[in-house]
Ligand binder design. Sequence first.
Ligand SMILES: Cc1cc2nc3c(=O)[nH]c(=O)nc-3n(C[C@H](O)[C@H](O)[C@H](O)COP(=O)(O)OP(=O)(O)OC[C@H]3O[C@@H](n4cnc5c(N)ncnc54)[C@H](O)[C@@H]3O)c2cc1C
Length: 498
Amino acid sequence: MKQIEADVVIVGAGGAGACAAIAAQERGARVVLLEKAKVVAACATSFAGCIFGAGTHMQEERGICVPKQKAFEMMMDHNHWQCDASVVRRFVFGSADTIEWLLDNGMEIPIVATKTEREDEFATAHILKPCGPGHGGVTLVQEFVRKAQEQGAELFLNCEARELLMDHGQIIGVRADWQGTELVVKAPSVILSAGGYGANAEMIREHDHYELGENLFLLHEFSQIQGDGLKMAWAAGAKKTGMGPQLAGYVIKGPGIAGAAPWLVLNQLKICIEQPWLWVNKKGKRFLNEANVMNAPFVSNAIEQQPDKCAYVIFDRNCRDFLATEGAINHMDLWGDAQIKNLDAQMERCIRLGNKDVFICHSLEDISAQTGIDFEGLQKTVARYNAFCEKGEDEEFGKNPDYLEPLNTPDYYVFRIINNFYGTIGGIRINENMEVVNNEFDVIAGLYAAGADACNHYGGFRPTYNINLAGGTLGWAINSGRMAGYAAAKYAIEKRGQ
Ligand SMILES: Cc1cc2nc3c(=O)[nH]c(=O)nc-3n(C[C@H](O)[C@H](O)[C@H](O)COP(=O)(O)OP(=O)(O)OC[C@H]3O[C@@H](n4cnc5c(N)ncnc54)[C@H](O)[C@@H]3O)c2cc1C
């Protein structure tokens, strides 16, 4: 057994943990970082790059007006006031200062943008300079952890925090497994920033009613994100909050689609499922205005409500030809060229490789036979939809008439899609100082939480990422980590002086 002492112990050296370390050191605390992975930056933050900020000088310089009060109100409206308004207020009103803090700490943020260019979206996304072909989050974690170590922090890799140590209701440290050795870190302050429970299939099944890898696809590959922070906090008496997968869009599963990492789609078929043509569920019924398919979190919510939590994207040869000549209507550079010239060949390759979610069909009957979509339902929907196309008016969901393309020229191109998610959000109830509270809303002295573990500003029983205020989860990880670092250091140093 090894025992050491610190002022602040941080569980999880991802985005929130790395920021907490630097902030705690700014206030003079001795910091210990416990990280379950064998290397630095094996975490969700490494895949992210877009940070929420309201009222930043960078927005002002670009003539973008994002009043803090308005952003606060939008965030509260989004979560129906089902979360702590003081927490949200501190996050939103402090976000511009945190962007300055990142710049002061050497981060480069060359772009301020919207994610979807929708009219109702604010340009809150401050995008970290990409690291090679990857996202800038990896630079942030690596640099901040390096800097924290340089300033005296002790980092334990391959070290799994397992239990909070308490005395008379107060935190006194953490017990961890460090490469097979028991490590006890005695400290008055502990910050939990272990990244949620996104890779824990059992928690996802029990709490969210999905089968991980079957009808829900995790967009990062780190198996160590197992809900450890939540479990430790709850065992110490923390109040639970609403929590759930941070649904982030939809994918085609199976061979021929994904690259080395499951989120890395290597071909243009991803573009096909983002076009605003006809979408139906397994009953053959339409269930959304397909013009909105780029608002990924909301679309994911709609897919979740369908039978088998899946949807089917269908278009015909005319649309295929449109993709080949005009190019995609919705398009992200990530997936390749907007013009798709060899769709049949790309789909046939997937089918040859055994993909069961990509179909080329010769008739509506054939669609039903291959996919299992209810034939009568599909027939009815297509007849009705084609009539809308002829009339130029979507009487069902009011889709922009520009996207009303009839389905009448076989072959038909069909994709079965399921939801994906970035990780999870929520679980530990905190107050505006990032202090963890119990069921009586009293503070558990010395315990703080940040990042995905305490990501409660999406609110309620079923939190949903808000793309209209983009960057809200990475932004939260950074802001909450920073705030937790300051608060935990202050508490620990006061304790030291007692
Ligand atoms: C592909 C992708 C793209 C994304 N893009 C964006 C974006 O652009 N904007 C945005 O706002 N959000 C984005 N997100 C979400 C965002 O990345 C996360 O919400 C945020 O980074 C979470 O930060 P965190 O510090 O809480 O968790 P993480 O960064 O995952 O860090 C948690 C750390 O805790 C460690 N850990 C776990 N258990 C233990 C334990 N028991 N003991 C010690 N250590 C432990 C883990 O190993 C990990 O290093 C994206 C996510 C993905 C996957």
